[in-house]
Write a protein that binds this ligand. Structure first.
Ligand code: ANZ
Length: 937
């Protein structure tokens, strides 16, 4: 019988869907296991073979855990809000919901073809109102919460109000805006409602604030740092400026310490954890407040080296610093303003990266040294970032490289406070252990002690205090886009009000155009029905806005990371209309046991989701404060690009080995036009693009051979391989095994379709153990010891491999096993039945077919994993060399249980021994059990 994989795979995919084979139950006596993939954004291009790599690995693990008796939750869904669908809408007018729907169906078809064991009954889409209802709900919870730094916990704002009413904020240790003033209970109670509301915004975990953003006027939206290249937008190359805009922000900075500490308990890749640690960027130091000559205010700086305070020779403020306008003298104003305008055009990333161009301007103002009273010139410079620390530094040119460069460039003094350090030197040595000299009361102290002494002295003067700083900043949460979650927010006198959760979801309104409005408002500004009626509790026509009972709704939408920050919890109880998940479901599933996805999400999704988890945990909505115990980053699959060589200034293409030293241009050719022997389908190439229609070819042996190169797999490099084609030609089981066979899961590895036949032939060979020409050839015969050994060493290895996520080595183990069983002519059910189960995580369709053909009528997916037994690996016989006068004449297989006398008896009784002796009686028979037999004489 032929291995008809197309038929087999379609049959079982249908069976699994109809029987809901992989549906997970929320109530079960079995232990739970939650295997999660990062859910995809359904792009128009569909999947290439690189995308399912992680899904195959997680699917193998999920299936393995089912065999091991676990109740496995293995869900899938779509992160379906996003820019591409919106861009397409802008170009074509097609509603992003339609584009998204079409892309999702395509994804689903492709995923189904690969035979994943997803529980589709739990599918979720972040753009579905029944899902984003809860994203909006979480937003409201954040708005209604503040962060208690003393207890390291989020708490309801109602409790904060109670504290303010009785004690003011003097004793409060809470995360809040830097400019929050102190007030007493009387002060609070004297504020009017609006003032109180403004004050509370300084504490809420999501708040409206003027944030410095990268504004791209041409695109009409804010861009993230990594969407800007050389000061222009990556998409379209439009100018980007720094601009202050009122935006929703998330107070993630309040959680910095917990996000840092929490990493210790996570089984995540160390490099990924390091990226998060650096991003959180904890620095221990001090805040120092410098008085300003002839001015009221103070300049506060953050420094990690308070011990260097006697080496300060100037101060530098970020050009955006609030004080700049106030302290700049008239003589310096023009230069300062020009500089500030120029800096606004540069992205923060650029400013940090650019160490060569030293720029800055003197403000004309002077700060006063807290200890010596000396006048210190105040400069502005773009090497100081507005958003870090206080946006100002005390510059110590003998201690800090950037300060040093700045001082040299502008000819500022470079006082030396370190013993034995040559400040004229370009390179800065590590001065951490250098003893400080000639600097008043800390002279001669090691730097740590000196720092502590300076902090104590500053505290006494009221001009500074110890301070821990985190690089992690609050995250801007507003986007000027259409295709995202609407905020459940309306505005009364410019102050935000939350819509009561019982009226959620607030669905995205229809708009005529997906672009910003003519007045520069976000796309939702185009909606005609986008006002909140507080009596009817519904969205109504804008014309009804009276600012008495009907108010305007928020026009921004939420960013891409909103839905992905909590979706994993929704899977535990998808479809629940009363809660984002029931407490019972959450208590049962608790957390993700294995999460597989890309490392590129280190500082985005993987950080934000940990933040929301901790927040919801604090409020008692979740049972644990880290949601993913173990995480694996799958490596990238690289494509093998194909190149054709065009002779310069011609339309003649030269086969690779004929190029020689002629001048040619290498051009990507689509890999689908190239066969496994690197030969180009010349006719297909001509049809590919009009400019190649008249192409001529210099062939070798009648063939056009292409060049090959390994690059990132990408549509733009024409090297993508479509999994649909592979499934069609070889089957999903071959695809799954081959993807694993390519190499260790976490490494990058090139795809090479040529190698796939080896894996395919292996599956055919496996099939032949079970089937003859026409029929099943499995017997009930007792298996041989050899076959048992082959099976059990495979069980052992495959189990160890899966537990260690070493899927590539399992594939070779299976190959060895099948080769051995074939050589042994093994057709015994006692071997082949467990082998089918063992194969099922990797090649589930063929396994299911074999399982049913062996007489079972339930899915192999829930069959118990074969149990390894050591005894089958123990050797029970030995092949003895039988020698005569030291010369080996033949071998005999004998049981290892025989003793010396028994061995001698059996050997002497053998015909071949008698032949060798020719009737003589040997002088001596030497027997070494387990080794040799030598007959002398
Ligand atoms: C004086 C000093 C002397 C400093 C010295 C360093 C060495 P990390 O470790 O990254 O936290 N700094 C503070 N705020 C800044 C800002 N907004 N933009 C650019 N630089 C800023 O670095 C903290 C150090 O970076 C601070 O300590 C400050 O320079 C600078 F020998 O103060 B230091």
């Amino acid at each position: 019988m032929k291995y008809n994989f197309n038929e087999i795979e379609a049959k079982w995919q249908k069976y699994w869907a109809e029987n809901q084979t992989f549906k997970a139950e929320n109530q079960s006596d079995k232990p739970k296991f939650y295997v999660l993939d990062m859910f995809p954004y359904p792009s128009g291009a569909g999947l290439h073979v690189g995308h399912p790599l992680g899904y195959i690995a997680s699917d193998i693990y999920a299936r393995y855990k089912r065999h091991k008796g676990f109740n496995v939750l293995h869900p899938m869904g779509y992160d379906s809000f996003g820019l591409p669908a919106e861009q397409y809408a802008i170009q074509t007018g097609q509603h992003p919901a339609l584009t998204t729907e079409a892309n999702i169906s395509r994804y689903r078809e492709q995923l189904d073809q690969i035979g994943f064991s997803f529980d589709w009954s739990r599918e979720e889409r972040t753009s579905d109102p029944s899902f984003y209802k809860w994203t909006q709900w979480i937003f409201i919870q954040l708005f209604n919460s503040w962060y208690d730094k003393g207890a390291e916990k989020s708490r309801p704002v109602s409790e904060l109000v109670a504290i303010f009413e009785t004690k003011g904020n003097a004793e409060l240790v809470a995360a809040c805006d830097d400019d929050t003033p102190g007030f007493t209970a009387e002060g609070w109670n004297a504020m009017n409602a609006e003032e109180q509301e403004q004050m509370l915004l300084k504490y809420r975990l999501t708040y409206l604030a003027d944030a410095e953003v990268n504004w791209c006027p041409a695109l009409g939206t804010v861009l993230a740092n990594d969407e800007i290249v050389n000061g222009v937008s990556e998409r379209g190359g439009h100018p980007v400026v720094r601009k202050k805009m009122t935006q929703w922000s998330m107070r993630i900075s309040a959680f910095a310490e917990r996000l840092l500490q929490g990493l210790e308990g996570l089984d995540w890749p160390e490099p990924l954890k390091d990226i998060q640690r650096n991003w959180i960027g904890k620095s221990v130091g001090a805040q120092v407040h410098f008085n300003i000559k002839d001015h009221e205010g103070q300049i506060s700086v953050f420094t990690t080296r308070p011990d260097t305070i006697f080496g300060v020779s100037f101060m530098t403020l970020a050009p955006e610093h609030d004080l700049v306008k106030k302290i700049t003298t008239n003589e310096q104003r023009e230069a300062v303003e020009a500089y500030v305008a120029a800096t606004a055009k540069r992205s923060e990333r650029e400013r940090m990266a650019d160490v060569k161009n030293i720029t800055g301007v003197f403000t004309g103002a002077y700060a006063l040294h807290p200890f010596t009273g000396e006048e210190i010139p105040v400069w502005i410079g773009d090497y100081v970032l507005a958003g870090y620390g206080t946006g100002a530094v005390m510059a110590v040119p003998c201690g800090d490289q950037r300060d040093h460069d700045f001082a040299r460039h502008f000819g500022l003094p470079i006082p030396n406070i370190f013993e034995g350090v040559d400040t004229t030197e370009e390179a800065f040595a590590d001065k951490e252990n250098t003893v400080i000299a000639n600097s008043d009361f800390i002279s001669g102290m090691p730097y740590k002690e000196a720092s502590a002494a300076v902090i104590a002295a500053l505290e006494e003067k009221g001009q500074g205090e110890g301070k821990i700083n985190y690089r992690l900043r609050d995250a801007v949460f507003s986007r000027q886009r259409y295709w995202g979650e609407p905020f459940p927010v309306y505005y009364v006198n410019g102050l935000p009000k939350m819509i009561d959760p019982e009226h959620l979801p607030i669905a995205l309104p229809e708009v005529e155009k997906y672009l910003p409005t003519e007045t520069g408002e976000p796309p939702l500004g185009n909606a005609a029905v986008w006002a909140w009626d507080t009596t009817a509790n519904t969205v109504v026509d804008n014309s009804l806005i009276d600012h008495k009972t009907v108010f305007p709704l928020e026009l921004n939408t939420m960013p891409g990371w909103a839905g992905s920050s909590w979706y994993f919890n929704r899977y535990m109880d998808a479809g629940n209309a009363d809660a984002f998940a029931s407490q019972e479901a959450l208590a049962y599933w608790k957390d993700v046991d294995l999460y597989i996805g890309g490392s590129e999400h280190a500082t985005g999704h993987l950080l934000y989701s940990r933040f929301w988890q901790k927040f919801l945990f604090d409020l008692g909505h979740l049972p644990v404060d880290e949601y993913a115990k173990k995480l694996i980053n799958q490596g990238m699959i690289l494509g093998t690009s194909a190149f054709v060589y065009r002779l310069e200034n011609s339309n003649t293409f030269v086969s690779k080995n004929l190029v020689g030293d002629r001048a040619v241009q290498a051009i990507h050719a689509d890999v689908s036009m190239v066969n496994a022997s690197d030969e180009l389908d010349v006719e297909a190439f001509k049809l590919w693009r009009p400019e190649f229609a008249d192409a001529e070819f210099e062939m070798e042996d009648g063939k056009y051979v292409v060049g090959r190169e390994v690059e990132k797999m990408s549509k733009s490099k024409y090297n993508v391989v479509n999994p649909d084609d592979i499934c069609q030609e070889y089957g999903a089981d071959t695809l799954r095994m081959y993807e694993m066979f390519l190499g260790p899961l976490e490494q990058a590895k090139p795809w090479n379709t040529a190698g796939i036949t080896g894996v395919h032939n292996f599956l055919k060979k496996l099939w032949k153990l079970y089937f003859g020409k026409e029929e099943l050839i499995v017997t009930d015969e007792q298996p041989s010891a050899e076959s048992l050994k082959s099976l059990h060493k495979t069980i052992k290895k495959v189990e160890e491999d899966i537990e260690n996520f070493s899927f590539n080595t399992s594939v070779s183990t299976f190959m060895i096993c099948v080769n051995e069983l074939t050589a042994q002519k093994c057709h015994s059910r006692a071997i082949l039945e467990p082998l089918a189960v063992l194969m099922s995580p990797y090649a589930p369709h063929i396994a299911e077919e074999l399982w049913h053909k062996l007489g079972h009528d339930t899915s192999v997916a829930h069959a118990a994993f074969p149990v390894f037994e050591e005894k089958y690996l123990v050797e029970s016989t030995k092949t003895y060399p039988i020698s005569f006068n030291g010369k080996m004449r033949f071998t005999m297989e004998l049981s290892l249980d025989l003793n010396k006398e028994e061995i001698e008896k059996v050997v002497m009784a053998d015909e071949r021994t008698q032949d060798q002796l020719g009737g003589r009686t040997p002088k001596k028979v030497i027997v070494v059990p387990g080794k040799i037999v030598n007959i002398v004489g």
